[in-house]
Structures are given as structure tokens and as C-alpha cells.
Ligand binder design. Structure first.
Ligand SMILES: [Zn+2]
Length: 492
């Protein structure tokens, strides 16, 4: 869960025709904000409650109910705007987007239209070792709709708990040129949201949702082709696969002399295919107009400065610093900085052990293997940096060897005892005493005369075999470095 390099590249590889046509891709990402209450009422904005228990006249759209704007939702939107280098508008305006759908009891969504809160920013990330910059057209606030639950035997139910949960919509410029780039952009967007603590980024639960606009054009052409839309892309894999399918489809239509129709496609996650809905959709269909129940949103310089205080070092900067300050590889820094809490854990560990590479190995291997296996986050991890640091120090001081350290680590997961206590309890102290080890070496050499002869005849790689035998005999407790020295002395 902490690796961003294992995104399945989908099927089909590079779509044919790319030497002739260039894809032009833009993403519209909806992110649920982690406010305590909804955007226009004081109902809790929680996930997973009993259906229709977190509702009130405002979020149910009952006649006469009036919205009251949640200040924290605005602050979070400004924070995202600052993190993505946007202009923050002094005055922005909420607008009604009118449409009928059973999950929307008001029959309109309160969104922003021609005067959004944040405009003209960018997000940077690295893709295959190259820095890429994708423009942000706008970030605006809006309220979420409810949720329809379709029953297997027909019929549907509606849960209005989600109605009025604050959303920001982050609209990229059409700067993306490949499915991989779209996925990498979305990955960085999600990381920034999670670093800032304003969205949990859970795509399965729908707190982060992605729609894509795609067109293709002849290479060298400045003009955009007709674009189509894909909705419902609920995983990174779906984003890559959906875009790849649509690029292939558009290129094959154009190559056979056809024209692209402006359609909306739905991603079918089960069948892994696109379902095309022949529906044209224009802004004027929604009959946008300024929301009469809300004043224009005025954000003064003081508010922006107050939010700026909450800006922290963002993932890409932190990744770069990890490489420079700790001498880590791009891969290790990327994984360690994928989550703020993981990067914090690592830095706390290094501050005690001050061996950046050794600490990175422990976190990248033992710690992440455990988290991935148990599907838990670093916040839920049982071993604090201070406890792990003690274990690493025992290895560095030669009290235990690496094999024993892994056993101690396993034990620490379910025990509150310190590494030192576990080492004594299990009797894992390394045997570094020469006379004890010499006796073991003598036994091994006596039992393997044929190998001894081969070694002396020049097959020196057999040293590994002898070390292994001694380690086995000591039940893993021998100090392998000392064993090697004794063996070389006795065999040489
Ligand atoms: Zn409410």
C-alpha cells in the first residue's frame, strides 16, 4: 500500500497509432474534505454511519432551509490552492448547478461556476526520472450528492448521509499526454491531499473520484480534437486502463475516416471496459446561476496568511531532501515519502540511530512487509521508532546478528517488551567468544573432510558452506564475522 510503482500498466501496452496521433488528457478530481461537519449545515460529515441518520432540513433540501457556509471547508480549499501554487480569488461566487437525479434532493448542486476560489496553479511530479509540471485550471468548492444503492433483485435505495459533504473539484489543464502520466499526476495529487490532512484519498470509498477528458490530435497540430469523457474511475488501474482504451478507440475511429462524437463513457470496474452513454452535456444544460441563498465568498489577505501557516513540506520536496540529506536512492525516498506518517517515522528513527541507509533498509523491508501483510497503516504499527532504534543498535553493537534481529522484531510486534529484554528471554545473544566458536568450527571441519580438501585445492567459495554449517550448529547465534575469521585461519 506504500508503493506507487506497482500500478498495473493494464493490458495492451502502447496503443497503436501514437506515432501519428497525440493524446490530450485533462483530469477532474473530486476530493471529499475531512471537515467535522458538512459544508452548509452542522450534520457530521462521516463515512459509514447507518443510512439517513446524518441529515437535516438543509442537506435534505427541505423548503425554506438555508445554507450556512463551513469556514473550515473554505480554509482547506485555500490550503490546497496554496499547495498547488494557485491564485486565491478575493471574491468567489457559489452557483446553482440544476439537475434532477434521485440522489440529489435539492434538485441542484451548490458549486462554483464562473468565479471559482482558486485558479491557475500547477502540480509537479517525477515520471521515469523526469520532472513533469501539469497546470491546474481551477479548484472550487461544492457539496456532494447522496448515494444510490442498487439492489440485486431490482429497485434502488438512497442514502442521503453524503448529501452536503464538502468537496473540492480540482480541474487540471489539458497538459497530460499519456495514461501513465495521468496516473502519476493523480498519485501526486492524492499524496498532497493526504500530506495536508484535508482528504483521506480513499478511492474505494469514493472520497477521491476521478473523471477524465480525452481527445487525440494529429502530432504537430495546435488544435484540439473533439473530447470525450470517462466517469467513475475509482482506482489508479482504472484510470490507466480506461484512458488507454479510449485513446485506442479514438485513434481507430479517426484512422478509419470517422469522426469523434462528444460522449460520456462509464468505466465498468467489474468487466474492465468502457460503457458509452450517447449523451452530450453542456454547461448551459445545467442553467447555472449565482446561488441566491449565499453571499459571495470574500477571502481577505489575513485569512490566506492564516491558512499559509498550515502549509508543510510537500511530498516532492521531501523526497528530494531525503535523497540529498540521507543519500537514499530515488526509489527508497519515493516510497518513504509516499505517506507523511511514514516519512515522519523514518526521520524519527534516523534521529536516534543516525545511520540513514540502515534505517531505510529496516523500514523498507521489515516494517513495510509487515504493514502490507496486515494491511495496516504506519499509525497503527506496534513498534515505535524508539523501540526499533534499540533493536537496530543491538545489531550494530554485535549483541545479536541480523537473523536473530528478525526474530526479535517478530516478537516485538506482539509484545511490549524491549528488544534487549526479548534478546535475554530468548537467549539470542550472539556468540562472539573465540574458544566457543573455535570448538564449533573444529566440529564442522572434522565432519566434512571432503569439502575441506576441495577448499584447500582452491574452491574457496566453500567458505559460505562452512559458515552456514557453523551458524546452524550454533542455532543462528554465532557471530558470522568472527566465524569467517576463524575458518580462514584454520583452513588457510
Ligand atoms: Zn444537514
Amino acid at each position: 500500500m506504500y508503493s506507487d510503482r506497482d500500478v498495473d500498466k493494464g493490458k495492451g501496452g502502447t496503443p497503436p497509432g501514437l506515432e501519428e496521433y497525440e493524446p490530450v488528457i485533462g483530469l477532474e478530481v473530486h476530493a471529499q474534505l475531512l471537515t467535522k461537519t458538512k459544508i452548509f449545515c452542522s450534520c457530521p460529515a462521516e463515512y459509514g454511519a447507518e443510512p439517513n441518520t446524518l441529515v437535516c432540513p438543509v442537506c435534505l433540501g427541505l423548503p425554506g432551509a438555508l445554507p450556512v457556509l463551513n469556514r473550515e471547508a473554505v480554509s482547506m480549499a485555500i490550503l490546497m490552492g496554496l499547495a498547488t501554487h494557485c491564485e486565491i480569488a478575493e471574491e468567489s461566487v457559489f452557483a446553482r448547478k440544476n439537475y434532477f437525479y434521485p440522489d440529489c434532493p435539492k434538485n441542484y448542486q451548490i458549486s462554483m461556476y464562473d468565479k471559482p476560489l482558486c485558479t491557475d496553479g500547477y502540480i509537479e511530479f517525477e515520471l521515469e526520472g523526469e520532472l513533469r509540471r501539469i497546470g491546474i485550471e481551477r479548484i472550487h468548492l461544492e457539496d456532494d450528492a447522496g448515494k444510490l444503492i442498487h439492489l440485486q433483485d431490482g429497485g434502488s435505495m438512497v442514502d442521503f448521509n453524503r448529501c452536503g459533504v464538502p468537496l473540492i473539484e480540482i480541474v487540471s489543464k489539458p497538459d497530460i499526454r499519456s495514461p501513465e502520466e495521468a496516473s502519476a499526476y493523480l498519485m501526486m495529487l492524492r499524496r498532497i491531499l493526504r500530506y495536508l490532512g484535508i482528504c483521506d484519498g480513499n478511492m474505494e470509498q469514493g472520497s477521491l473520484r476521478c473523471d477524465v477528458n480525452i481527445s487525440v490530435r494529429k502530432r504537430g497540430s495546435e488544435e484540439f480534437g473533439t473530447k470525450t469523457e470517462i466517469k467513475n474511475l475509482n482506482s489508479f488501474k482504472a484510470v490507466e486502463m480506461g484512458i488507454r482504451f479510449e485513446i485506442e478507440r479514438q485513434i481507430s475511429v479517426l484512422r478509419s475516416g470517422g469522426a469523434i462524437e462528444q460522449v460520456t463513457n462509464l468505466w465498468d470496474a467489474t468487466e474492465k471496459k468502457l460503457l458509452t452513454m450517447r449523451r452530450k452535456e453542456y454547461a448551459h444544460d445545467y442553467r447555472y446561476f449565482p446561488e441566491p441563498d449565499l453571499l459571495p465568498l470574500v477571502v481577505d489577505a489575513g485569512w490566506i496568511e492564516e491558512v499559509r501557516e498550515r502549509l508543510i513540506e510537500l511530498p516532492l520536496e521531501r523526497e528530494k531532501r531525503f535523497r540529498e540529506q540521507y543519500g537514499l536512492s530515488p526509489y527508497d525516498s519515493g516510497v518513504l515519502c509516499s505517506e507523511k506518517a511514514l516519512a515522519d517515522y523514518y526521520e524519527e528513527l534516523v534521529s536516534i540511530v543516525s545511520e540513514p541507509k540502515v534505517c531505510s533498509n529496516w523500514v523498507m523491508r521489515e516494517v513495510l512487509a509487515h504493514l502490507n501483510e496486515k494491511q495496516v497503516s504506519i499509525e497503527e504499527f506496534a513498534i515505535s521508532p524508539a523501540r526499533l532504534a534499540e533493536l537496530i543498535k543491538l545489531v550494530q553493537e554485535g549483541t545479536i546478528n541480523q537473523t536473530a534481529a528478525r526474530d526479535v522484531f517478530e516478537e516485538m510486534l506482539s509484545s511490549q517488551q524491549s528488544a534487549g529484554e526479548i534478546v535475554s528471554k530468548l537467549g539470542l545473544e550472539q556468540i562472539s567468544d573465540d574458544s566457543e566458536l573455535e570448538a564449533l568450527v573444529d566440529e564442522v571441519l572434522a565432519e566434512n573432510p571432503a569439502e575441506v580438501e576441495k577448499y584447500r585445492a582452491g574452491k574457496v567459495q566453500l567458505i559460505g558452506f562452512f559458515i552456514g554449517q557453523v551458524m546452524k550448529r550454533s542455532r543462528g547465534k554465532a557471530n558470522p564475522k568472527v566465524v569467517k575469521e576463524i575458518l580462514q585461519k584454520k583452513l588457510g
